[in-house]
Design a protein. Sequence first.
Length: 279
Amino acid sequence: MNAAIAAIVVTYQSGSTIDACLSRLRQAQDVAEIRVIDNGSMDGTLDIVQRHASHDPRVRFVGNPDNPGFAAANNQGVADSHSPWLAFINPDLMVEPDTLAELRSRAEALGDCLLGVEQVDEHGHADEAVRRRDPDFLLMLRSPGKGSKLAVPRDPHQALQRVPALSGALLMMPRALFDRIGGWDAGYRLHAEDLDLCRRAREAGAVVAIANDLHVTHVRGVSSRSRPFFVEWHKHRGLWRYFQKFEAAQRSLPVRAAVWAAIWAHALMLVPRLLRRSL
């Protein structure tokens, strides 16, 4: 198979990090295409992207007049590219020159797969939420605190650790698998779409795993932190959509009602903390 990689980056108010992100991607091995899909930024993000595009023909961008969501924008980026390997990369994530090529090499050995890597912050602290399990909605009803935690511990004995799901900040997969499972579900606006993609990949027979010995720096941009209510609304809305897609048909009406109530009760519990943070 052709080794070329298309890097898909979705931006929104990403001016503080997108310059460094694109500089890293332009230096990355085997990246043949870089597609930036901007969801209505007003902070100069597109000016930065346009500057990169003027110096590197691999960089192309689409400026959406509104914000159709992370999943829909990723699908736009895939449609505007042709490489057989797809890497979905957040605009606040910094790859090393060999990260994507190394990850693709491991993917080639597996066939159908969806892979991620270890993510650390600027201080080298690992993100515990990179490895995830599927949401357990019954556990959420029995023990809301435990049920809301999706992190899976790192297994230091496995270079390639199979997990149920991965963070969407960096994902790699073959285009053929992406096409077969129908791409990202654009019905999600923000959050849970990565859980959905991983579940559908697994159900199609693909391996979902993380390369524990590869890492990238995730500096955490400001776009989500500046809109806490928007983020939490769509996070909980995404969980409800996920439940409806994958589990609701197997549950009784009282259980479905209880899950709906638990999801939105959890959202309401966060309001005081979000208000304090916004003051």
